[in-house]
Design a protein around this ligand. Structure first.
Ligand code: ADP
Ligand code: MG
Length: 638
C-alpha cells in the first residue's frame, strides 16, 4: 500500500506554505485590479506589464511549483494546465482574464488547503487534550514536570476534574473516568486500584495516584493520532484510480487544445485570436480539478469523524470496503458476549473436593489468556485458594489447555478436546454437561492424566447492547452470523438471544477462516468482528477485520483494519453508517464535478463562454466538492 507520510506542504522563500497561501490571491487581485484601471487611463505599457507580471507571479507561484514538480516526473497535471491557460490569455493580449483565472485558482487552492488541513488536524488536536505537565513524585517531593520527562513506573498524582497526562495504572484511589477522548463514549466508567487509565481522558471526582506504564510518545492517544495520520496518507482505491486518470486526462487535454487551435486555423481558415481564446477556455473548464479532489476531501473527513468517535479506520481503502459489506460474522465470546463470564458450577466427580479441583484448574488456566480462563482464576483467587505453579503449559486453541500441576497431567477443555483423544466422560458427568449446555453455559471438563476430576461451568452474558446492535444492523440489510468454538447448544442459545440470522458452532480457528470464505461466496463481502486476541487469522481473512475494545489491547490495534476503541458493539452501527455516507458523498462529488465539466465544455462552444465565467464555474465546483466532503466531519449515525 502506498503511503505518503506528510501532506505536500512546502515553503516559499523560507515561509510555510499555508501561511503565504491565503495572502497570494489578495496580492493577485490587488495587482490585477490596479493594472486593469491604469490600463483604461492610458498608463505606460512598462508599468502595466510589471503589474500584470506581479499578479501572474503571485497567483501562479504554487501552481507553477506543483506543475513543474510533476513535470520533472515526466507527467502533466492540472496545475500546469492552469498556468498554460493563463499564459495563453496573456499571449493574445488578454492579461486581465489570465489574472482572473490565477486569482480564482489560487483562492480555491488556499481554501482547499485550509479545508483539508481542518480534516487532518481534527485528529492531531486530540494531543492538545493532554496536559503539558504532570505532578510526579520525586523522592519525598511532588514536582511538576513536562510529560515528555516522565519515566516508566513514576508515580503521578491526578486530582479531581483533571485530565490524565499519561497512560498508567491506578495505585490508589477510585474515580469515574470520562474516556470520550479515546473511546468516543462520554458515559464515565468506574476505575479503581489496578485499572488502566489513558492520557487525555478526564478524571471524575476522585483523587488518584497513577503509576506510569507508557512513555509520552507511546500512549494510546499518541498512537491513535499517529495511526490516523498514516491512515489519511494512505490512498483509497477510488483515489488511486483518479490519480492515474488525471495523468492521462491532462495529457489528453493538452493534445486536444493544440488540435482545437490547429485544425480551425490551419485547415478551416478561422481567425486565430477567437479560436485560440476558445481553446484556452475549453482547456480550463475541461480540467478535472474538482474530480481529483472529490475523493480525498471526503475520505479525510470521514476518517477524522470516526477517530473522534472511537472508530479507527486504518486507511481510506478500508473505509470504502466497509461500505460494501453484506454480511458480518461475529465471534461469540468477548464480542457478542461480555467476555467476563462468571463461574457458576464446580462439580467434582471422584476423588477431589471442589476447592481442590478449582485450585488445580486455576493453576493451569492462570497461564491462558482466554476469557474462560480468567473466570476460573478469578474465582479461585476470590475463594482465597493458594494456586500452585503449572509446568509444561500448552494452549490448545479452540479446545482448551494442557499443563502439569503437582504431578498431574491436566487437560481442561471442551468435549471435543476429549473426543479427539478418545476419552469419554462417565455417564452422570455427560448428563450434567448436557443439562448445563442447554441452559447456555459453557462447560469445561477436567481430566487428571489417568482419571476424570470433574467439570466447571461458566455463564457468559450477552452484551447489553447486543440486541439493539443486531436490530440496527438488520435495518441496514446486513446478514449477521455468529461463529464460535463453543458447543452447538450454547451457541444456539446465545444466537437466539442476540437475534442473529445464523450460527456455526464447534469451530476450530481454521474452520472460522474457511467459513468466512463460504459466507463470502454466499452473501458477498464479509466483515469479521472479534476481540483481536484469539481471532487474528479470521480478522485477517475477512474483507474487513474489525476489532473491539482497542483501548485495552495492543494486539487489536495491530491486527485489524478497523478498530472500535470502546468496548461497545453499537459503534459498529456508526462504522457502517459513516462508511456508507462517505461513499455517497464521494459519488455525489464525482457526479457533480463531471456534470459541471460537461456543461462547461459544451457551453464553451455553444455560447462562446467567456474565460472568466468558465473559471468561476470550474474553481467554484472545486470548492463546493471540498466543502461537501467536509460535511462528513459532523456525521452522526441515526
Ligand atoms: P469463541 O469462538 O467462543 O471465542 P474459542 O475458539 O476461543 O471460542 O474457544 C472455543 C472453545 O474452546 C471454548 O468454548 C472452550 O470450550 C474451549 N477453550 C478454549 N480455551 C480454553 C481454556 N483456556 N480453558 C478451557 N477451555 C477452553
Ligand atoms: Mg474469542
Amino acid at each position: 500500500m502506498e503511503t505518503t507520510a506528510a501532506p505536500p506542504r512546502d515553503s516559499l522563500l523560507g515561509i510555510e506554505r499555508n501561511q503565504i497561501e491565503p495572502v497570494l490571491p489578495i496580492l493577485t487581485l490587488l495587482a490585477g485590479l490596479t493594472a486593469f484601471f491604469l490600463e483604461r487611463n492610458g498608463a505606460p505599457a512598462a508599468l502595466l506589464a510589471g503589474l500584470y507580471g506581479l499578479a501572474y507571479l503571485a497567483g501562479g507561484a504554487f501552481g507553477l511549483l506543483d506543475g513543474l514538480k510533476t513535470l520533472a516526473k515526466r507527467q502533466v497535471d492540472i496545475d500546469l494546465l492552469m498556468i498554460l491557460a493563463a499564459l495563453g490569455a496573456a499571449a493574445i493580449g488578454r492579461p486581465a482574464e489570465g489574472v482572473t483565472l490565477l486569482f480564482l485558482f489560487s483562492l480555491s487552492g488556499a481554501l482547499e488547503g485550509y479545508a483539508m488541513d481542518r480534516s487532518r488536524k481534527a485528529i492531531s488536536k486530540l494531543l492538545d487534550l493532554r496536559p503539558p505537565t504532570a505532578r510526579v513524585r520525586r523522592g519525598a517531593e511532588w514536582l511538576d514536570v513536562a510529560v515528555e520527562e516522565l519515566r516508566l513506573a513514576d508515580r503521578v498524582q491526578v486530582r479531581p476534574g483533571e485530565r490524565f497526562p499519561i497512560d498508567g495504572r491506578i495505585l490508589n484511589g477510585e474515580s469515574h473516568v470520562d474516556q470520550a477522548a479515546i473511546t468516543g463514549e462520554s458515559l464515565p466508567v468506574y476505575r479503581t486500584t489496578g485499572d488502566n487509565v489513558f492520557a487525555g481522558t478526564v478524571n471524575g471526582n476522585g483523587s488518584l495516584e497513577v503509576e506510569v506504564t507508557h512513555l509520552a510518545q507511546d500512549t494510546t492517544l499518541a498512537r491513535i493520532v499517529k495511526m490516523v495520520e498514516e491512515a489519511q496518507g494512505r490512498k483509497a482505491k477510488t483515489q488511486r484510480r483518479l490519480d492515474v486518470f488525471e495523468q492521462y486526462y491532462s495529457a489528453f487535454i493538452i493534445g486536444a487544445t493544440v488540435l482545437l487551435v490547429a485544425i480551425p486555423t490551419l485547415i478551416l481558415g478561422h481567425e486565430f485570436h477567437p479560436t485560440f481564446y476558445r481553446a484556452m477556455t475549453w482547456m480550463v473548464v475541461a480540467s478535472p480539478c474538482a474530480l481529483v479532489i472529490s475523493t480525498p476531501a471526503s475520505i479525510l473527513s470521514a476518517i477524522a469523524n470516526g477517530a473522534r468517535r472511537g472508530v479507527l479506520f486504518k486507511g481510506g481503502a478500508h473505509l470504502e470496503a466497509v461500505a460494501t459489506i453484506k454480511v458480518i460474522a461475529f465471534d461469540k465470546t468477548g464480542t457478542l458476549t461480555t467476555g467476563q463470564p462468571g463461574l457458576t458450577h464446580v462439580q467434582t466427580c471422584c476423588e477431589l473436593s471442589e476447592a481442590e479441583l478449582l485450585r488445580l484448574a486455576a493453576a493451569a488456566e492462570r497461564r491462558s489468556e482466554h476469557h474462560l480462563a480468567r473466570a476460573v482464576v478469578e474465582r479461585a483467587e476470590a475463594d482465597g485458594l493458594k494456586i500452585p505453579e503449572a509446568e509444561d503449559f500448552e494452549a490448545l486453541p479452540g479446545l482448551g489447555v494442557a499443563a502439569r500441576v503437582e504431578g498431574r497431567a491436566l487437560l481442561i477443555g471442551n468435549p471435543r478436546l476429549f473426543r479427539e483423544r478418545g476419552l469419554t466422560p462417565p455417564p452422570e458427568m455427560q448428563a450434567t454437561l448436557e443439562t448445563l449446555q442447554a441452559e447456555g453455559r459453557t462447560v469445561m471438563l477436567v481430566y487428571g492424566g489417568d482419571n476424570w476430576l470433574g467439570l466447571l461451568a461458566v455463564e457468559d452474558t450477552l452484551r447489553p447492547e447486543a440486541v439493539a446492535t443486531v436490530e440496527a444492523l438488520h435495518r441496514r440489510g446486513i446478514k449477521l452470523v455468529m461463529l464460535t468454538g463453543d458447543n452447538e447448544r450454547v451457541a444456539g442459545h446465545m444466537a437466539r438471544l442476540a437475534g442473529v440470522d445464523e450460527f456455526h458452532a464447534d469451530l476450530m480457528p481454521e474452520d472460522k477462516v474457511r467459513l468466512l470464505e463460504d459466507l463470502r461466496k454466499k452473501y458477498g463481502p464479509i466483515a469479521m468482528v472479534g476481540d483481536g486476541v484469539n481471532d487474528a487469522p479470521a480478522l485477517a481473512a475477512a474483507d474487513v477485520g474489525i476489532a473491539m475494545g482497542g483501548a485495552g489491547t495492543d494486539v487489536a490495534l495491530e491486527t485489524a483494519d478497523v478498530v472500535l476503541m470502546a468496548d461497545n458493539l453499537m459503534h459498529l452501527n456508526h462504522t457502517l453508517g459513516l462508511a456508507k455516507r462517505a461513499q455517497q458523498v464521494v459519488w455525489q462529488n464525482l457526479a457533480f464535478s463531471m456534470a459541471v465539466i460537461l456543461v462547461l465544455m459544451i457551453t464553451t462552444f455553444a455560447i462562446d463562454l467567456p474565460l472568466p465565467l468558465g473559471v468561476v464555474g470550474h474553481e467554484g465546483s472545486t470548492v463546493i466538492v471540498v466543502l461537501n466532503g467536509l460535511r462528513l466531519l459532523g456525521y452522526k449515525s441515526a
